[in-house]
Design a protein around this ligand. Structure first.
Ligand SMILES: [Zn+2]
Length: 312
């Protein structure tokens, strides 16, 4: 198990490298090592540090996962079920605000993912826990994932259900869309490379109308591309990052950029992504995505840069 510490000043993730089979093996190995006492789970997290709002992914192994004592039963004042999604909240959810609207249409977020990525849907339950304050969030996280207390939102993958933990603040909806994306993807896929997992979560964390144009990363990447600054995408290097300390904020932006290219670039790269995910869904080792991409686009980095330069 690895622990997140205050040394990470960027969005960061711990995860598999581009070699998915290796990541699956890693998870398996770690589970086996602790199988007598611990339950393995994969967590995707957004965390808070140094007054910055940060996102990260990490692998956690926590005792007593199934007990899930996230809050006393009396703390929940609002429950709602939409399809396979159960929402429980420490605060009343208004009838017509943005959060209530989003929670009424959770299945639409899932439908967007399924339709975009051509994945087969899952019926595994997803539980969304909403806390009034960071204090309540931390109380819950300490019992299920004590290593994650420097985070702002967390997704925990369990055998019986996926669980999302968020608390009320100005960017709750962004956190919710980000973590819910992880939860939906991991309910449908046995594993997912880090760069793609985070790239997709970043892409789908904005409202649907802002996904093609409007993500905060877009402006920064576009400026870097336009003025020929230090942004040098390299998918092979991105795929190889498998330690938290290696994954910088720039890596998150690059992951978002690749996903944007794959979803809004030439149709053949979108189809390649869809086939790649179906291979993973079929539990077949897919190999590094970059190797497949180079067969379709000989110089993907140049193609990505051109795509971003021309994208409005
Ligand atoms: Zn994430």
């Amino acid at each position: 198990m690895r622990f997140l510490t205050s040394q990470f000043s960027n969005r960061a993730s711990r995860l598999p490298s581009g070699e998915c089979a290796q990541s699956a093996q890693l998870i398996s190995m770690m589970c086996v090592a602790r199988q007598s006492r611990l339950t393995g789970m994969l967590a995707r997290c957004r965390f808070l540090q140094n007054l910055s709002l940060i996102s990260l992914t990490l692998l956690l192994f926590v005792e007593h996962l199934l007990s899930l004592r996230v809050a006393a039963a009396d703390d929940w004042v609002d429950f709602r079920q939409t399809g396979r999604f159960l929402v429980r909240s420490e605060f009343p959810i208004g009838g017509d605000d943005e959060l209530a609207e989003f929670l009424r249409h959770l299945d639409q977020h899932e439908a967007d993912l399924v339709a975009t990525l051509r994945l087969k849907p899952s019926d595994q339950p997803i539980v969304i826990n909403l806390f009034t304050s960071r204090r309540g969030f931390l109380r819950a996280i300490r019992s299920v994932a004590p290593e994650a207390t420097n985070r702002r939102a967390v997704f925990v993958r369990g055998d019986d259900a996926g669980r999302v933990y968020c608390y009320r603040h100005g960017e709750l909806l962004t956190d919710l869309r980000h973590e819910l994306t992880h939860a939906i993807l991991h309910s449908m896929l046995p594993f997912l490379p880090l760069w793609l997992d985070e790239g997709l979560a970043e892409y789908f964390e904005t409202p649907p109308t802002e996904r093609a144009s409007g993500h905060p990363s877009q402006q920064r990447v576009a400026l870097a591309v336009k003025f020929g600054l230090t942004w040098r995408p390299n998918l092979t290097k991105l795929e190889a990052k498998n330690e938290l300390s290696e994954v910088s904020l720039a890596s998150y932006r690059e992951a978002w950029a690749w996903v944007h290219f794959l979803l809004h670039g030439p149709p053949e790269v979108t189809q390649l992504l869809q086939r790649y995910l179906l291979t993973i869904q079929a539990e077949q080792p897919p190999g590094p995505f970059s190797a497949h991409l180079r067969q379709v686009v000989p110089d993907p980095e140049r193609a990505l840069t051109t795509h971003l330069k021309n994208w409005k």
